[in-house]
Design a protein around this ligand. Structure first.
Ligand code: FAD
Length: 403
């Protein structure tokens, strides 16, 4: 007889692992069906990316004891500088971690006071380190059965999956089960691929995340290897053809191309590992829930990485889903549609706002109309002088919606 679970989680990415751990902590019986990203994509190289995670994500992962603690795996971002260097005069916007924090009140500061997490704006987390920590935690957590998604299971219909009162699909953008179940997923492909890489630099990054808007391209250098580090994670959003050219370069020419694009802001560069590309899209599921089914993470929505928010939004999904399940009426089953709609309602609006913001920024900074360019550069310079607005924006990015 097939084993019955309370919840089956499909997809062993960061969102799926985090959800499985949260559910097990609620004493629910969980099946985690996982095909590694490498297995699903037929790619065996480690993920070269690093994620910018906000305060809300950090607190969630710390609560589960899966915040990576390996040396250099997490680097606090003390400052972020956004520039449009080709504007006349060049336009800059600087955020400091302290701008997103409230002044301490009384002897103990409110949540979010400067002392809480050292006044960082965000943390740059090595993806492989985070995935390893999560995988280990899941292996040692009672209440979670790991189910290998062999090719037959991946290709098979929902009837081949573990039996559960609720099945949550966390299979990322290309989720086959979401599509097979007819959730509907509206896609707007961007004409860009994100090229990701690691680079060693001759100058220290100083805990600063740097982002340049370069005539339609977006280039970000995220600080790695700790506060004193000299390595950065690159995310460079460029047209598909240019991405193909960049990815075809040998490692020395690739480093030179990055160095030239950022005007040697961090001195000379050397490529570490193999750069990789991710075609970008804006997408959102039409509905997030069906009786006995829910979507979370990239399976429900995908956004441009220019604001570094995709995973932060996915982790907020699973935190909310678990809250809704925990607070359900005692007689309501886990797969009850009215219950699941509470989750959908709570998350859809937040995700729509973030999608609008990232899509708006991408459109605004990619615009070639000189009047719009002038307005944008004026906006960047003036925004830099508006302390309350900057504080608000920093708090949003840090995942403090109420702050
Ligand atoms: C270049 C780039 C940079 C980014 N930077 C940031 C950042 O700085 N900050 C941030 O918050 N976000 C960032 N993101 C977004 C982030 O990568 C995603 O939001 C996040 O990975 C989504 O996690 P997920 O677990 O939902 O999906 P995925 O990471 O796609 O994981 C899905 C998992 O499901 C598995 N799977 C697929 N199909 C099946 C199946 N049928 N059965 C079983 N398993 C299956 C896959 O193999 C995979 O392991 C970035 C994205 C890109 C492209």
């Amino acid at each position: 007889m097939r084993k019955k679970f309370d919840v089956a989680v499909l997809g062993g990415g960061v969102v799926g692992h985090t959800l499985a751990l949260l559910l097990a902590r609620e004493r629910l019986k969980v099946a985690l069906v996982q095909a590694s990203r490498q297995q699903a994509a037929g790619d065996h190289s480690p993920d070269i990316r690093a994620y910018a995670l906000n305060t809300a994500s950090r607190s969630l992962l710390e609560g589960l004891r899966v915040w990576p603690d390996a040396a250099g795996a997490v680097t606090p971002v003390q400052q972020m500088v956004v520039s449009e260097p080709w504007a006349e005069p060049p336009a800059h916007l600087t955020f400091r971690g302290s701008e997103g924090h409230q002044e301490p009140v009384g002897p103990v500061g409110p949540v979010g006071s400067v002392g809480e997490h050292g006044g960082a704006l965000a943390w740059i987390v090595d993806v492989a380190a985070l995935e390893n920590t999560l995988a280990q935690a899941v292996r040692f957590q009672g209440g979670i059965d790991l189910v290998d998604a062999d090719p037959a299971l991946l290709a098979g219909g929902p009837e081949t999956l573990p039996q559960a009162a609720l099945t949550v699909i966390c299979e990322g953008k290309r989720s086959s089960h979401r599509d097979a179940l007819g959730f509907g997923y509206a896609r707007k492909p961007y004409p860009h691929t994100a090229v990701a890489a690691r680079l060693d630099c001759t100058l220290p990054h100083g805990g600063t995340a740097r982002q340049w808007f370069l005539d339609g391209e977006v280039l970000a250098l995220l600080p790695m290897n700790g506060p004193q580090g000299q390595q950065v994670a690159l995310v460079w959003s460029v047209e598909h053809a240019r991405a193909a050219e960049l990815l075809a370069l040998d490692s020395a020419s690739f480093a030179q191309a990055v160095q030239a694009a950022c005007s040697s802001a961090l001195g000379e560069m050397q490529t570490v590992g193999t750069p990789a590309g991710w075609p970008l899209e804006l997408s959102q599921a039409e509905r997030w829930v069906l009786p006995g089914w829910a979507l979370a993470g990239d399976a429900a929505h995908a956004i441009h990485p220019l604001a570094g928010q995709g995973l932060n939004v996915g982790l907020a999904d699973v935190a909310e889903l678990v809250r809704v399940l925990r607070e359900r009426e005692y007689w309501r089953p886990l797969g009850d549609l009215r219950l699941l709609r509470r989750y959908e309602r709570a998350r859809k609006a937040d995700v729509a706002a973030m999608s609008l913001l990232t899509d708006g920024l991408f459109g605004l900074f990619g615009h070639s109309d000189t009047r719009i360019q002038a307005l944008r550069q004026w906006g960047l310079r003036n925004f830099d002088r508006m302390s309350p607005l900057k504080r608000w924006a920093a708090q949003q990015a840090m995942g403090r919606a109420s702050a």
